[in-house]
Design a protein. Sequence first.
Lengths: 366, 269
Amino acid sequence: MGLGKKIADFIDVRLGVRDILEQNLTKYLLPRNINSWYTLGAVLLTLFALQIGTGILLLVYYTPTADGAFHSVQRIMNDIPFGWLIRTVHAVGANVIVLALLLHMLSVLFMGSYKPPRELTWVAGFLLLLLSLGMCLTGYLLPWSQLSFWATTVATSSSGEIPMIGDAVLRFLRGGATVGQATLGRFFALHVIGFPLLFGLLVSSHLFFVRRVGISKPPFGPDWRPTEPPKAFHHEEHPGGIPFFPHYVAKDGALVAFFLALLLAVVFFAPTLFFPPATFEPANPFVTPKGIKPEWYFLWAYQTLKIFPSEFLGLAVQGVAVTLLLVLPFLDRSPERRPVRRPLFVAVYLLGIAIFLALGVWGHYS
Amino acid sequence: MRRNRFRLLLAAWPLLFPLLAVPSFAQTAETVCIQCHGSQPGPLGAPVAAWRTSIHAANGISCHNCHGGDPTDMANAMNPARGFLGAPKENDIPAFCGRCHVGVKEDYLASAHGRALGHGGPQCVTCHTNHAVQKATPDLINSQSCSRCHDYGRAEQIKAAVVETDRRITEVDRSLADLHRTGIVTKEMEDELFSLRNRFHRIFHSVDVDKVRSQTADFQTELQKIQGHITAIEAQLQRRKVWGGVVVALLVCWGIVALLVFESYRKEK
């Protein structure tokens, strides 16, 4: 008997690990008609792990001070072995994560998987999307470049538009009247400790909810029928389904590989796709760079603020839209999940995507 | 009570949305010089439009950097007590521009052009114009411009001597900008090139053909050194792309194989 098996047996006798693995891998059955959209969870977990790994490596050389941040990032990009790769993967990875999160959210919306009894899964997932955007924003300041500085200056100034408490909120976010060392310290702490802790909690909750309630069956095929939400807890089983391991893990692996290929293709062949020229200039509070625009996923919001006569009104409209999405499972109580039987929802869904894209393109070229 | 609190929180949620910090990316205000002159018609406003097209504007050199004054205070923007100089008289122009372009001023003053200052000779704006000043190139030496005052022959010889080196300087400058755009630290090479370009451009102003020819070889050698560094970095970037291509291809292959494995499992039932 090999040493490895002896150790495995030792642990199994005490903790029953083989049984846990069996229940969650080979005996964990998924619906037979499960599709590729369900792999986005595994894709996102892989990308999150990549962000944590590259983030920790960046922390080794990054200096969170207004005097040293830009120089330390330049050093990472130019002097540290593979520093350019680690930093670019981290920065591009954030964009790919937002893309995967949006696709994940859109697929869940289309298939009505947010509906009872999966409201908590949806809320945790949607909060993860918002938190990811928050991490993108806090991470944006850390290189202390012209882009970082001015993007943060204008982003935080939006909070000053809140009636009565605007100034106090603005000062709280910046740690002073203007963006400076205090802001960098706050954003750094949030980016590397505060948000990741919250993020870990939300990811764990999301996964627990998914596993506890059971994977939702895709609402397609002749035998799918809407079911009333259960009155008591019920774990949705899929007898006769396909095992999670090795069957569906193979598909997860394929999509993870394609997403990593996309990420690395950008890193190696279009590394400046998400880096405008102001990214490579040190922060200068006295010179505003021309034509500064937010990242692609904030362009819809940027353009919305320009459409409305007052910035506060624009922010309030965005707030209402985000809130409606967050509480959607509590508003949409119909058990019907088949898209063909939900023409109004599908129309609003497509209109929403069209508005998001149109505002984004408009914002980019405006 | 608790229910009311919950309702209040729910109603306030959209108002708290700015805390999620969606960027508005507003523009900041310009100097008072530009605010005032930019809105005026005719000769008072024309310099602003001309300046916006200039190399000075591109490099962040604004009105007050040359004309002095206070760019933040409308009432005292043109107050001599705040350093306002106004527009220089024709004979003062070389000294006015020479506060920054020191080497060029020295060579110009020692040249036939400089010696003719005040006697119908050219000064800076004769060739470079004033507010719309562009990045200097050998194209400024042309028969149309030079023939306003004298025969083009000598100027043509100077142009022929500098044009190739200037072309190479422009090329190296472009390569450095491309590298900088990818996050490569090019500051040291940029400073070297900046210094080289300035030293090279100042010798035109001596309008001495022999001096220009004798120094061109030294500039070429310095340029080659910078070009050598650039070539080495570009080769390294190319190697990264090759390795990147291999990794991306392997990942795509992995994905395809994994899909095939999944398909074979699916057919297994």
